[in-house]
Design a protein around this ligand. Structure first.
Ligand code: NAD
Length: 393
């Protein structure tokens, strides 16, 4: 017996190197290695070599290194996924782009608009694809709502809402190790992108923040924030509210809503599955506990989209067309970061703050002062924000 010789028409998978193999990076690694036909996980780089090696062994990845430069100089790698700590993102994007690698970067893209401008320059010069991990856009219900908005279901947006409640136990262990302003720069930045994406074409002009340490009141004097409400005013007159908590006992709760002149759309499901329990005590259901449960498919689909964009550039094929603007790039990263930076100013002053670079005549500010180690300067009182141990947004 002899088999037919078949010439493959399947494009070669995009070879991806992972930079940062912690909680989020490990999840992305498993998606790249096991769940995305258009991608292959080719290497893992993380200064913490032991867990990175264990992950590489689990996924059958032969190349693992503690030296990130190994990965950037590897000609066998087309693209990188950056999932290290936020304070390194901008420089890692610059280094990757200069090495000719396409970049998928976890949020935030940078901690200041100045850093982000350097990323924009490097990406433009290298001509690589750059994408940010605003995964919420890829969740089926959020995307369906965005398509409805594009189809006119809402009319002119007037009121928008977005919320993130991270899972928690009612306390925030290791809060002292969580970088300042995380609630705006790493958690609510998802909400700011969702609001900007839903209110398409309207620039965010100003924010007003009310924030506190309601989960860990004893940490308030140290400047921690674990609870926040943000009002955003947009150029089209729409008013948006974003809120976050670092500790929801009932699980991971993410929702969005747009109300307008012609109707309303909502996204975000309260239950883990469609299964409902009816009993003598009433109605109950399981709730999602982790980001990797609620957004399992969204995390996969954002990377599949990334791989498709890279393959299109590499192979000269058409880029993916989603029917509505979907793939988040540098402009989206800048808009969401600018809102987060305005929130920091508003939290510090207690007053409304202009969104830098978007409000007419807004000061060209670049973000809070940071010391050489990348930690926010201690003088940036009064508030700091931790990410809860269970907080994974
Ligand atoms: N999109 C989402 O929903 C989501 C969820 C969680 C985290 N994140 C983002 O992912 C990023 C990582 O968060 P995490 O929770 O996985 O953190 P983590 O602490 O679990 O992992 C960070 C990893 O980066 C490694 N690292 C340290 N210094 C590094 C460097 N200079 N270069 C590369 N890697 C380095 C660490 O050894 C660690 O393995 C953050 O930006 C966070 O905001 C996104």
């Amino acid at each position: 017996m002899s088999y037919l010789p078949i010439a493959s028409t399947r494009p070669a998978p995009v070879r991806v190197g992972l930079v940062g193999a912690g909680w989020m990076g490990a999840y992305h690694a498993r998606s790249l290695a096991l769940r995305i036909p258009g991608a292959a996980l080719a290497a893992i780089a993380d200064p913490a070599l032991e867990p990175a090696s264990a992950l590489a062994a689990e996924l059958g990845v032969a190349r693992v290194t503690a030296d990130l430069a190994d990965l950037f100089s590897d000609p066998e790698i087309d693209a990188v996924v950056i999932a290290g700590p936020a304070r390194f993102h901008a420089q890692l994007s610059v280094d990757a782009a200069r090495a000719g690698k396409h970049v998928f970067c976890e949020k935030p893209a940078a901690l200041t608009l100045e850093e982000l401008a350097a990323v924009q320059d490097a990406v433009a010069e290298a001509g690589v694809h750059w994408q940010i991990g605003f995964n919420r856009r890829y969740a089926a219900d959020f995307l369906a709502a965005r398509r409805d908005i594009a189809a006119g279901a809402v009319g002119t947006p007037q009121l928008l809402r977005s919320l993130t409640r991270d899972p928690g136990t009612g306390s925030i262990p290791h809060a002292a190790r969580v970088p300042q302003w995380t609630i705006f720069l790493e958690t609510l930045i998802h909400d700011f992108d969702a609001l900007n994406w839903y209110n398409a074409g309207a620039e965010p002009l100003s924010v007003h923040v009310t924030a506190d340490a309601l989960v860990e009141p004893s940490l308030k004097d140290a400047g921690f924030l674990d609870t926040a409400v943000v009002t955003v005013r947009y150029a089209n007159g729409a008013i948006a509210v974003a809120e976050a908590s670092f500790s929801a006992l009932y699980g991971y709760d993410v929702r969005g809503e747009v109300f307008g002149s012609a109707g309303m759309v909502q996204a975000g499901r309260p239950t883990e599955t469609a299964a409902l329990r009816y009993g003598a005590g009433g109605l109950s259901a399981e709730t999602p506990r982790l980001n990797i449960e609620l957004f399992a498919d969204a995390y996969r689909d954002e990377l599949a989209d990334f791989a498709a964009h890279v393959a299109a550039l590499r192979d000269g094929a058409p880029a993916p067309d989603h029917g509505v603007p979907l793939t988040p790039g540098l402009d989206d990263a800048r808009r969401a970061l600018a809102v987060a930076l305005a929130c920091i100013e508003s939290a510090q002053t207690g007053a409304a703050a202009a969104v830098p670079g978007f409000a007419p005549g807004s000061p060209s500010r670049t973000g809070p002062a940071h010391d050489a180690a990348g930690s926010p300067a201690a003088s940036a009182a009064p508030a700091a924000a931790p990410r809860a141990a269970g907080a994974r947004a």
